[in-house]
Design a protein around this ligand. Structure first.
Ligand code: EPU
Length: 429
């Protein structure tokens, strides 16, 4: 298993290109199941999760072609992916595939809408909490689906097609909003989704569905109105920039000091997180190229943050902020409200010298003068990258194990950081 070795203490200076968003790419790829015509996605990031989903969709019969290099492309240019689900040959998503990536459960909506049936393995727990699927199933039931659970599989059937319905989620769920939106796009009549997730990735998917012929009103708000159509058709859509990658590198620069432009980033996708960085004393500036992040000399002020659905502070940046605040001059407070067990990074950050105490869903982070390098490992994607951020500022060597977590969601992380002056390398084996 690959590891990442970091010699801490170097400032970051230069430009980091921001890739297409993982959490938009995955549902966009899944949306290809909704039509027998070709969906072309541009700006697709090269990630392990994308490769895994290609495999999963291939099992349903989706033909996938990734374009080669074009004139003017460089290694930072996202991929163009052509997905063609002209023949869905298998409506089962087996355990051995779904258990590797939770988001693959989301094939249930389009399979059902297009084929009238789906058999999808329940995804099971994961390192950041229990993550149930009840909202997905309730939404599908409201749309007229018969659901049975058998031997760890959800058996979903809508022999007479899906019927438009009113769906009101008890709390905001990104995944359940994707499921309801995709299913409702091909249902008979009107559906209204209330308390829908407003995350930019949900809006990106909704905009792509519109290009495919779906009739959706209220994109970007918490009430989505969908007028079902009989067929969706071919479309071409560019994936929006990754706000979590943007926020992660912004925190890395805030941590080490320096001056970096996050090229292609869009500040409005993570305004709340950028506001928090400004409160901490970091310079944040929107430029023609993207977002510029700088910290020169000044220390970091502590902050109080509570994670929340968009437009609040994203849970996917909570671990990175905690790493950053481990060096603030004072005590910070971070409350996690989205996932009940998303503090797995705390004990690993402590190995680097961070002083963090946990009380239920709240972490108190007492800033320290220095972190010191150590071997560390993490059990999920965002926790792993928080260790990289801490390692970039720690004295001496930090070795981050289980790099496959990082490869799931960060494209060429070590190359992007090294190009800005970090002493970071991948160690094979
Ligand atoms: N929930 C339920 N029942 C459901 C669905 C969700 O109780 O049927 C609960 C969850 O347990 C959680 C809350 O609702 O407490 C919100 O979960 P949500 O459904 O929004 O999460 P998700 O769709 O499974 C996506 C992202 C996550 C991100 C969350 C929250 C993708 C592929 N995943 O997950 O991203 O943390 O939304 O914004 O889009 C990551 O990229 O590292 C990651 C974990």
């Amino acid at each position: 298993m690959d590891r990442i070795r970091i010699q801490g203490g170097r400032a970051l200076n230069g430009t980091i290109p921001i890739s297409g968003a993982k959490n938009a790419t995955l549902p966009l790829m899944i949306a290809s199941l909704l039509t027998d015509e070709t969906l072309i996605l541009d700006n697709v990031p090269r990630l392990a999760d994308v490769a895994l989903l290609q495999h999963i969709l291939g099992n349903h019969g989706v033909d996938i072609m990734v374009s080669g290099k074009r004139a003017g492309d460089n290694e930072h240019t996202g991929q163009s992916m052509h997905l063609s689900a002209s023949n869905i040959v298998d409506t089962t998503a087996p355990y051995h595939l779904v258990s590797k990536m939770r988001a693959s459960f989301w094939v249930i909506g389009p399979l059902l809408a297009r084929m009238g049936e789906a058999k999808v393995s329940m995804p099971g727990g994961c390192a950041i909490g229990t993550r149930p699927i009840d909202f997905h199933l309730d939404a599908l039931k409201a749309l007229g689906t018969e659901i049975d659970i058998e031997a760890g599989y959800v058996l979903a059937k809508a022999p007479r097609g899906l019927q438009g319905a009113r769906i009101n989620f008890p709390r905001v769920s990104v995944g359940a909003t994707h499921t309801a939106l995709m299913a409702a796009s091909l249902a008979n009549g009107e559906s209204v989704i209330e308390n829908a997730a407003r995350e930019p990735e949900v809006s990106d998917v909704a905009e792509c569905l519109q290009k495919m012929g779906a009739k959706i009103d209220g994109i970007g708000t918490s009430t989505l109105r969908i007028q079902g159509v009989k067929h969706l058709h071919a479309a071409r859509h560019a994936v929006l920039p990754d706000r979590i990658e943007t926020g992660t590198y912004a925190m890395a620069v805030a941590m080490t000091g320096g001056d970096v432009t996050l090229a292609g980033a869009r500040a409005e996708l993570l305004q709340d997180a950028l506001d928090v960085l400004q409160k901490a004393g970091v310079t944040v500036q929107t430029t023609n190229e993207g977002v510029r992040i700088a910290r020169n000399g000044a220390g970091l002020a502590p902050v109080e943050v509570t994670t929340a659905p968009f437009p609040g502070f994203p849970t996917d940046l909570q671990a990175q902020l905690m790493a950053l605040m481990s060096r603030a001059s004072g005590t910070s407070k971070i409350t996690e409200t989205i996932f009940e067990n998303r503090f797995m990074h705390v004990s690993e950050l402590a190995r680097l010298g961070a002083r963090i105490s946990l009380d239920g869903d709240t972490a108190l982070i007492e800033g320290v003068e220095k972190l010191k390098g150590a071997p560390v490992m993490a059990t999920d994607l965002r926790a792993s990258v928080s260790l990289v951020i801490a390692g970039l500022a720690a004295e001496g060597e930090t070795m981050v194990h289980r790099v496959y977590h990082l490869d799931r969601g960060f494209e060429r992380l070590e190359e992007k950081l090294a190009a800005c002056g970090a002493a970071i390398e991948r160690v094979a084996g």
